[in-house]
Design a protein around this ligand. Sequence first.
Ligand code: GAR
Length: 193
Amino acid sequence: MLTVAVLISGAGSNLRALLEAARHPDFPARIVVVGADRDAEGLAHAADFGIPSFTVPFRSFPDREAWGEELGRQLEVWSPDLIVLSGLMRLLPASLVSRFAPNIINTHPAYLPEFPGAHGVRDALAAGAEQTGASVIVVDDGVDSGPILAQERVVIEPGDTESTLHDRIKPVERRLLIDVVRRIATGDLALTP
Ligand code: GAR
């Protein structure tokens, strides 16, 4: 059984979908812990499912490196086979990425390499794109630049706002994420550095 740690910053709706999938006895992975870089609303989902959680507040550390050190220490307590960044709005320091590589994956609300970064949905709208998408990637040292594991297009409708578009992207992200975690767990999909 693949053990998974999930890291979040926000509402955690994708986390909740993964928790629901992983609750099914046939699902080949288990979420063992949820972590956050702040007092994230989404930590409540972990509590709902009886999953332990921890917070390593970014602002309590002098720099990204020190924060990453502590995050790594917390993660290692659980020895996860896979770490899922599900709306973690923080760049991991390279030292933390190399500690767990290639077993860190990230979901992103755009069709990478288009529109990387913290505002993937907003940037697609601002560019006047006709379509965007959702991606699941392996985390490397760059910003949303790792190998793509799965992705799918989402059409931008006239009148879309950041919020309406993001609401249509998220269900696609969830489906891709759950499928990628399943394929990693069954050995269908191998993560390579
Ligand atoms: C998701 O759309 C995720 O892809 C995005 O934050 C959202 C989190 O939603 N992450 C990024 O933009 C990372 N660059 P949630 O907290 O409701 O799951």
